[in-house]
Ligand binder design. Structure first.
Ligand SMILES: CC(C)(COP(=O)(O)OP(=O)(O)OC[C@H]1O[C@@H](n2cnc3c(N)ncnc32)[C@H](O)[C@@H]1OP(=O)(O)O)[C@@H](O)C(=O)NCCC(=O)NCCS
Length: 195
């Protein structure tokens, strides 16, 4: 378990699995699926949960549940795929419960994740790819001092228009470290929203 200020990153267990239906059929799915709004049945979610650590995700998939300090599961984040040879990872992050968007919960958890990957897994490069319309992620990347590395044009068709993919990355020698970022962003414990 990785302990943050507003959230902890914990094993992605049954309590998270039970909420996957809400998250995958709610507004977070549009952003997580880059413009798609799949309808996820209970059977699909159970199948996905059973297989999430199996071959289709590769052995290096790492998934954490995001839990508020009061113990409420609100999302998931981790490594989508990685290269052992080159020591880089592509990360995914979803606060599934929109009540918690814009309150620093995702950012607090993401700092924990990146710090863990650089400190404990000795990665040298981490990156994220997002839709050009996803301003929350872009703001989070800027706050965490990731570098905007490039734009892949017209990658995804979302809500009637083609969306560019934006790539943000950070190298281990550029990462300011968790303590510095917590201080810079002024992350402090505070009462959680009613949800
Ligand atoms: C992206 C995400 C993880 C960020 O986590 P979060 O807890 O919302 O992060 P924060 O609270 O730090 O908010 C990020 C920034 O976006 C800003 N923001 C929030 N809503 C916004 C909006 N509608 N328009 C513009 N900026 C917005 C916040 O103000 C904040 O910036 P600030 O600290 O300068 O004020 C979370 O919003 C999320 O899971 N979204 C849905 C799924 C998703 O997009 N996943 C990523 C796919 S690549």
């Amino acid at each position: 378990m990785l302990e943050g200020i507003l959230v902890d990153l914990v094993p992605f267990g049954q309590d998270f699995g039970k909420l996957m239906g809400d998250w995958m059929n709610g507004p977070a799915a549009y952003w997580a699926n880059v413009g798609d709004r799949p309808i996820a049945s209970r059977a699909m979610i159970e199948h996905w949960l059973e297989g999430r650590n199996a071959a289709q995700h590769g052995p290096a998939r790492i998934e954490f549940g995001v839990r508020t300090k009061s113990g409420k599961p609100i999302g998931q984040m981790g490594v989508n795929f990685t290269s052992d040879a080159h020591r880089w990872a592509n990360l995914g992050v979803v606060i599934g419960n929109p009540t918690y968007w814009g309150g620093g919960y995702g950012t607090d958890g993401f700092i924990l994740l990146v710090d863990y990957l650089f400190t404990w897994l000795d990665l040298r490069r981490i990156y994220v790819e997002t839709m050009a319309s996803n301003v929350r992620v872009q703001r989070m990347m800027d706050k965490l001092e990731f570098t905007f590395e490039g734009r892949r044009r017209a990658m995804w068709y979302a809500d009637g228009s083609w969306q560019d993919a934006l790539v943000y990355g950070v190298l281990c020698n550029e990462w300011p470290g968790r303590a510095t970022l917590v201080e810079k962003l002024g992350l402090r414990a505070r009462p959680e929203p009613e949800a």
